[in-house]
Design a protein around this ligand. Sequence first.
Ligand code: MN
Ligand code: MN
Length: 337
Amino acid sequence: MSRYGAQFGPDITFLGVPPCDWGEPDSYRDADVVILGAPFDGGTSHRAGTRFGPRYIRQTCYLPQDGSRPSLALGVDGLRDLVVYDAGDVEMFSGDAARSVRDLQAAVYAVARTGAIPLILGGDHTIAWPDAAGVAQHLGAGRISMVHFDAHADTGDIEFGSLIGHGQPMRRLIESGAVRGDRFLQIGLRGYWPPPDVLDWMAAHGMRSYEMSEITARGLAECLSEAFGIAQDDCDGVFLSVDIDVCDPGHAPGTGTPEPGGLTARELLDAVRRVGYELPVVGVDVVEVSPPYDHADITSFLANRVVLEVLSAIARRRRDARDGGRWDPRRPLLEGR
Ligand code: MN
Ligand code: MN
């Protein structure tokens, strides 16, 4: 058995979905989605604590633990209309980033090659490198696009003397060829990092980064539509990486490197729903939730709902592809009942 279970805290699964072992494909043969925890915070540059993220994202919900979470907005139940398993945590070694990254990529690849969507709960953003690389290992180098929600570009080269850290995963993905720079869509950047030499590197690799002032001036919906067009061009799938600090610290205080002036929780949920419904998602991670810095579980509740929102949207996308339907957000809730 390669299943490690919960590394920190009780051995629970995401909202009670059935457990599986990522190293035993027979244990999730019929899966649409396999959840993996990656409780790694050894790549953090400021406040730590994201090793407790998977535990809190899994458990922070007030609804009965019966595996039913029907979405009012989408009219589907992501945990029932999709077959979802939770493989527990991949054991992480916060003092050994290279080993953690290697082991996590092996787990993500094992899931991706079965055709299931790996959904990884972080952990700091270091894990986006093995997460997307594991999917690219299955679908082919340069064949997936990345839609990346974050206050930060995470394209640093060497930070604190290391190539591996939460400020650098996107650079490693592009340098390694796993993801093409010109299929990289970043949403929500702001603040005072990175410096000009890093911005030059990003431009040279054709990245498209939507800073908050552009999003405010043009509107989030228009920016997303443009980004989705680029993401769907010449690719075989989209990886969605959500750094919870894309939201304003008032909406997501429990994170390591908060940057004022971000998206609202509402905007992030709307955006993630659009990604799941409009794009061919092949992998997801939700990262940088640091429960020790949270207040009233605000950030953990949001991350839990980000996961549910993307699952619900994927379920609705598949249902509509099957039935020829089309989700209309303008339709009144009770119409036709
Ligand atoms: Mn990040
Ligand atoms: Mn960030």
